[in-house]
Ligand binder design. Structure first.
Ligand SMILES: [Cu+2]
Length: 331
């Protein structure tokens, strides 16, 4: 009856007292704890440095495609080829972006905040407060009429200017959000698609849009199979019976349905809204610019594929099986 719900952490008085001391020391209230911040407490602050540059991704069909990408240059790491940033909820974040592209960009924490237009060759700062604990996409703001005076601005779905952001609960516990599902280990898998006619124009200057948009290259964390399955942050590895949190996100224009071989996973949140109403599923819908958090609790050992159910997305320009395919390896 309760098997669909991951176990909750034990709540002892000693842990509450410890968290209370911790929370008052760093100036933020841990969820569910009535603590008065110390008079000298200041909010957490963090800086994340990114460079926007022209890069290239190699596919196993022999093609190397130009992409516009962010490269981390301080304050954050990578998952696969994509930058990754994490901080506690409530943290004041300055994202300093050095735009080395021939096109303007306008960063956004999707659904949370949008930054300034940053001209080609310029640097800019995008400041925001870390939202409630959860899984967020960092990319380009949607086009705005007010952006027209800046000339062409990188488009949210075509550019590959993507990253992921994890907001940690103030509790400091390994839980998705304060009081939410706990996990033993976690992964983030970000899906993207690309139309090579557009990407080929990214090698030389301002990308040209095509119509219709016809994606023929597909990546997870900026990598295609088999590279995806040998990247330690993109291969989902764990042990029998662990609670493995997978944070799915989709920057592609294709709606994806991510299919598990060998396992069913429990959806615990969609777009950071807690949702445990579904039974465990072997296929998880992840819409464009959406996030879905699931808990995988492996019941058997082995190596199994994890991939978009549309086999188009498991190709590189028609060559199968490449594309947004990775593996689950349970020991
Ligand atoms: Cu399959």
């Amino acid at each position: 009856m309760t098997s669909a719900h991951p176990p909750q952490p034990a709540r002892s008085n000693s842990r509450r007292e410890f968290l209370g001391v911790l929370a008052s020391g760093i100036g933020i209230g841990a969820a569910g704890l009535a603590t008065a911040p110390a008079a000298t407490a200041r909010p957490l602050a963090s800086t994340w440095n990114l460079r926007a540059l022209q890069a290239s991704t190699s596919f196993a069909n022999g093609t190397a495609l130009p992409f516009f990408r962010f490269a981390p240059s301080g304050g954050g790491g990578r998952r696969g080829q994509l930058p990754f940033f994490e901080a506690p909820e409530g943290t004041a974040v300055d994202v300093v972006i050095d735009n080395q592209l021939p096109i303007a960009l306008r960063p956004a924490l999707i659904g949370v905040a949008e930054g300034p237009v940053i001209a080609p060759g310029a640097s800019g700062v995008f400041s925001f407060t870390m939202p409630p604990a959860g899984s967020y996409l960092f990319g380009q703001a949607p086009p705005r009429f007010s952006s027209r005076s800046h000339g062409p601005v990188a488009h949210p779905s075509h550019s590959g200017l993507t990253a992921s952001v994890t907001s940690r609960p103030a509790s400091g516990l390994p839980e998705l959000y304060g009081g939410g599902p706990t996990f033993d280990r976690e992964y983030g898998l970000i899906y993207e698609d690309a139309d090579d006619r557009i990407n080929l124009t990214m090698g030389s200057g301002i990308p040209q849009r095509t119509k219709p948009y016809e994606p023929n290259y597909f990546t997870v964390n900026g990598l295609a199979f088999p590279d995806a399955a040998s990247d330690p942050d993109t291969l989902v590895a764990g042990s029998l019976g662990e609670d493995i949190l997978i944070r799915f996100g989709n920057f592609g224009r294709m709606r994806q349905s991510i299919h598990f071989h060998g396992y069913h996973a429990q959806i615990v949140a969609q777009n950071n809204v807690p949702d445990a109403t579904m039974p465990p599923k072997d296929t998880i819908a992840v819409p464009y610019l959406g996030t879905v958090d699931v808990i995988l609790t492996p019941h058997q050992i082995g190596v199994f594929p994890l991939h978009p159910h549309s086999l188009t997305a498991v190709t590189a320009n028609g060559f199968y099986p490449l594309g947004a395919l990775t593996l689950i390896s349970i020991t």
